[in-house]
Design a protein around this ligand. Structure first.
Ligand code: ADP
Length: 456
């Protein structure tokens, strides 16, 4: 049995993993940068080791230092959380070769699914529908333009190594295509050190619906239902919910998508927790876009709806245990909504707002969960992601979950910095959102028609 886990991450996800370890009676080791000395995950872990300077490149991305810390502290396993090294196949390999369990899929699955073109090819062969597009990366501009015409405009140009919505460009004709192709490739080179891009049909006004999967090392695969993550700004998720309002009235579509998610997982020779992401158009046709080979920010909505602790499941699977439930044992018992609380100013184009939190008071009561590492007096370092917490509210129906989210947001006090709380409050009162009609085009439309003093 795993006795001690190193948590190769920071912030709320590191804290989330500390909590799961404690409940399982497993010791936790936090590794942290010089900027995170005051962070709650460092305070609450059983042990902590500083691994370098504030910049991620000097600490959370330093595989060598993390593995050295693991060896010094004699840990059996490393949980990578999300971001940082979580989808780095080489890091997973290094852990494997040092006899440290990587709490995630085998490195081969990370590598194959991390290359989005290979991922699409793999699942397509297994019969899962994919968005029409190039077979693999596009090599030269002339061929790419020809292909874009064949696919039919609008098309979207995406980075093969992409993530976090970066390196993605939409083109509506030959002229904008040639320009955007160069921009996307440059952006991808800068962000991921790999300028390769591929092309897809741009699905207009789709919903982003993803399925949570779990696969053990004994060949058992289940899905834990879907999450609707259509509320995005610049292709980055802001609000997620389960179940999807679109699928509530379409049980056959849900069944077909769940079966496709399982096929994709099997085709990837997958193990541990993962997410199969689809776009769904207004007719109900669905297309695989990618598989995320890690735990996701929005995993709590699935936990609240199914009652299954996903971090614990990850640890048990890494420990070689069989899943304790079959597909038919998994039930969906409520509606859950997650709002990402970011240190950003939504009224001023979402400018980052790091600084010191004055008063911090988080909401509570029936059906409210807050996953956050923030507290009164906490200094938000400017070096990392702006997310400082997640508010998850759940109730028997979607209507109750929406009302509860609004109530909890109204209680949430974070003084001294700007946050996305007022924006979430405005969205919870918006008729389009309340009716469950939001697609990925929602945020842009909402921001255009809503005066920004509504969420100042
Ligand atoms: P990333 O890995 O950067 O998050 P994804 O492939 O998961 O990129 O896509 C993120 C979001 O970008 C999707 O949820 C969707 O809003 C938009 N998107 C991606 N591909 C398409 C497409 N073919 N058509 C329309 N929107 C797309």
């Amino acid at each position: 049995m795993i006795q001690k886990i190193l948590i190769a991450n920071r912030g709320e996800i590191a804290l989330r993993i500390v909590r799961a370890c404690r409940e399982l009676g497993i010791k936790s080791l936090a590794v942290y940068s010089e900027a995170d000395v005051q962070s709650l995950h460092v305070q609450l872990a059983d042990e902590a080791i500083c691994i370098g300077g504030p910049k991620s490149a000097d600490s959370y991305l330093r595989a060598d230092r993390i593995i050295a810390a693991a060896e010094i502290a004699d840990v059996d396993a490393i949980h990578p959380g999300f971001g940082f090294l979580s989808e780095n196949a080489e890091f997973a390999e290094q852990c494997e070769s040092c006899n440290i369990k990587f709490i995630g899929p085998p490195s081969a699955a990370i590598r194959n699914m991390g290359d989005k073109a290979v991922a699409k090819e793999t699942v397509k062969k297994a019969g899962v529908p994919v968005v029409p597009g190039s077979d693999g990366p596009v090599s030269n501009e002339d061929d790419a333009v020809k292909l874009a015409r064949e696919i039919g405009y609008p098309v979207i140009i995406k980075a093969v190594a992409g993530g976090g919505g970066r390196g993605m460009r939409v083109a509506h004709n030959d002229i904008s295509f040639a320009k955007e192709l160069r921009v996307a490739s440059n952006e991808a080179e800068k962000a991921f050190g790999n300028g390769e891009v591929y092309i897809e049909k741009f699905v207009e006004n789709p919903r982003h619906i993803e399925f949570q999967v779990l696969a053990d090392s004994h060949g058992n695969v289940v899905h834990l239902g879907e999450r609707d993550c259509s509320i995005q700004r610049r292709h980055q998720k802001l609000i997620e919910e389960a179940p999807s309002p679109f699928l509530i009235t379409r049980p056959e579509l849900r069944e077909a998508m769940g079966a496709a998610a399982i096929k994709a997982t099997e085709a990837a020779d997958y193990e541990n927790a993962g997410t199969v992401e689809f776009l769904v158009d207004s007719k109900g046709d669905f297309y695989f876009i990618e598989m995320n080979t890690r735990i996701q920010v929005e995993h709590p909505v699935t936990e609240e709806v199914t009652g299954i602790d996903l971090i614990k499941q990850q640890i048990l699977i890494a420990n070689g245990e069989k899943l304790a439930f079959r597909q038919e044992d998994i039930t969906f018992n409520c509606h859950a909504i997650e709002c990402r609380i970011n240190a950003e100013d939504p009224a001023r184009n979402f400018t980052p707002s790091p600084g010191t939190i004055g008063l911090y008071y988080s909401p509570g009561g029936h059906g409210v969960r807050v996953d956050s590492h923030a507290y009164s007096g906490y200094q938000i370092p400017p070096y990392y992601d702006s997310m400082i917490g997640k508010l998850i509210c759940y109730g028997k129906t979607r209507e109750i979950a929406v009302q509860r989210t609004y109530r909890a947001l109204s209680e949430y006090l974070i003084r001294g910095i700007k946050t996305t709380i007022p924006l979430h409050k405005a969205i919870m009162q918006d008729p389009v959102f309340k009716e469950g009609k939001a697609t990925t085009a929602y945020m842009e439309d909402f921001l255009n028609r809503t005066p920004s003093d509504m969420f100042d």
